[in-house]
Write a protein that binds this ligand. Structure first.
Ligand SMILES: Cc1ncc(COP(=O)(O)O)c(C=O)c1O
Ligand SMILES: [Zn+2]
Length: 421
């Protein structure tokens, strides 16, 4: 396989492909490295291999950190591969574009994954690598969607799991996690408290793979598959601009890494997309740093309805700021009211019901369009990462229903009369 080693993002020190995630020299984060030179020799056959591959993220196995290749043998047995993630729809959203005064907007709808968020991608990769490394238990620190994805993946693979969440999470996300028979731990604190606890537990439990702690370098690679899919679905081209949400900053930065890898290989045409990051105002350390012209993201205490994005101390914050600057993009934040309006705007113009994170992203796109930051001719991709059914409270009381007796006269008086008025 093309994967070669881990390397520190700060000092470049190289490490073997183990479950290490921080540099022992400088405490910088570790990242997976590859040697794609053998693939560059025959890009045409690589492209054929990808397009005829399985209808899930394993069609991109050459770009993922598995040493033994696609989990198998056939990539069809649930207890070997886990839940198939990826290959979600990219739909052209003309009515949304029109409302925003733009020409070409595409929605990448990652709510179509097995547990209805993009987290199934990162968990697929982390779980597969965890099994290669011989771990027997899956675990995570979650803001909600990761909890769903880890619990479900563990159930499919037949592994025990431990899922740690802030105790005040949305009820839908808690129910949609517990149902898989995981060990669910509700921690009285925010995500950053949960994450600290998990780092400690991870140090004690040698046989546990915490997908976003000790397996983080592998886990993060899963988000690159969003870029590969978008490029493939656009006919092996890059879009002009991508708008994506930021919590830890992993998804946002890895989407860019995915486009870069394929551009370097000559697998796709087009420039590197302008990358716009989206945060909720009530938890916007990256947007604040970007606005201040620094890459130092000062930790905050989250207070927003976008609980899935409520990471006050984002691990990849500085890299997200750097990416926004490098691509001529930016990182914006939107209020809770704008998030609710964003959910409604997307739902009314596309038929896609997203959770609060998607409300953040849609509201940010609306803000960019309104500000005139987007050239009307641009091809823009809006990344929708989760499902509205998991955050139903966000739309409560945002519309009215007609309640009537089962009589035609009532329907006429209370509904039709109002519509024609
Ligand atoms: C729905 C949704 N979108 C986006 C994100 C952002 O992920 P990241 O931590 O990679 O920035 C999350 C993270 O928890 C999420 O649940
Ligand atoms: Zn280092």
């Amino acid at each position: 396989m093309a994967v070669t080693n881990l390397a520190c993002r700060e000092c470049g020190t190289e490490y073997e492909l183990t479950a290490q995630y921080v540099c022992s020299k400088c405490f910088g984060p570790l990242e997976v490295k590859y040697d794609h030179s053998a693939l560059a020799d025959d890009v045409a056959s690589l492209k054929r291999r990808i397009t005829s591959g399985p209808q899930n993220i394993w069609r991109y196995v050459d770009f993922l950190p598995l040493v033994d290749g696609q989990p198998g043998p056939s990539a069809k047995i649930l207890s070997r591969v886990g839940l198939p993630a990826g290959c979600t729809p990219l739909v052209r959203a003309d009515r949304l574009a029109e409302r925003l005064g733009l020409k070409e907007v595409w929605v990448k709808n990652d709510a179509h994954n097995p547990t209805h968020s993009f987290k199934d991608r990162v968990v697929s990769v982390a779980a597969a690598r965890a099994r290669e490394l011989g771990f027997d238990t899956l675990a995570c620190a979650s803001t909600g969607n990761l909890a769903n994805a880890v619990a479900a993946a563990a159930a499919a693979l037949g592994m025990p799991s431990y899922v740690f969440i802030p105790s005040d999470l949305e009820e839908q996300k808690i129910l949609a996690t517990g149902v898989y028979g995981t060990n669910l731990i509700k921690v009285r604190g925010n995500y950053d408290d949960v994450n600290r606890l998990c780092t400690e537990v991870s140090g004690e439990q040698d046989s546990w793979a915490f997908v976003n702690v000790n397996m983080r370098p592998y886990y993060a690679e899963g988000s690159k598959t969003l870029a590969y899919e978008i490029a493939e679905q656009l006919g092996f081209r890059t879009p002009d601009r991508v708008v994506a949400p930021i919590a830890s900053g992993s998804l946002y930065t890895k989407i860019a890494k995915g486009f870069d890898e394929w551009r370097e290989l000559g697998l796709i045409e087009g420039e590197a997309p302008t990358m716009n990051g989206a945060q909720a105002l009530g938890c916007s350390p990256v947007a604040t740093a970007f606005a201040a012209g620094t890459d130092v993201c000062r930790p905050v205490k989250p207070d927003t309805i976008a609980k899935s994005l409520a990471i006050g101390n984002p691990a990849d914050g500085p890299y997200a700021v750097e990416l926004a600057n490098r691509t001529g993009g930016g990182v914006d934040s939107v209020t809770d009211e704008e998030i609710k309006a964003g959910i409604r705007l997307l739902a009314e113009t596309t038929g896609i019901f997203t959770e609060t994170a998607g409300g953040v992203t849609t509201a940010t796109l609306a803000k960019l369009a309104d500000r005139g930051d987007i050239d009307p001719d641009e091809q823009v991709v809006l990344v929708i990462t989760g499902d509205g059914l998991k955050t139903l409270d966000a739309v409560r009381d945002t519309f009215e229903a007609h309640e009537i007796e089962p009589k035609f006269s009532e329907f006429e008086d209370k509904v039709l009369a109002g519509v024609s008025a």
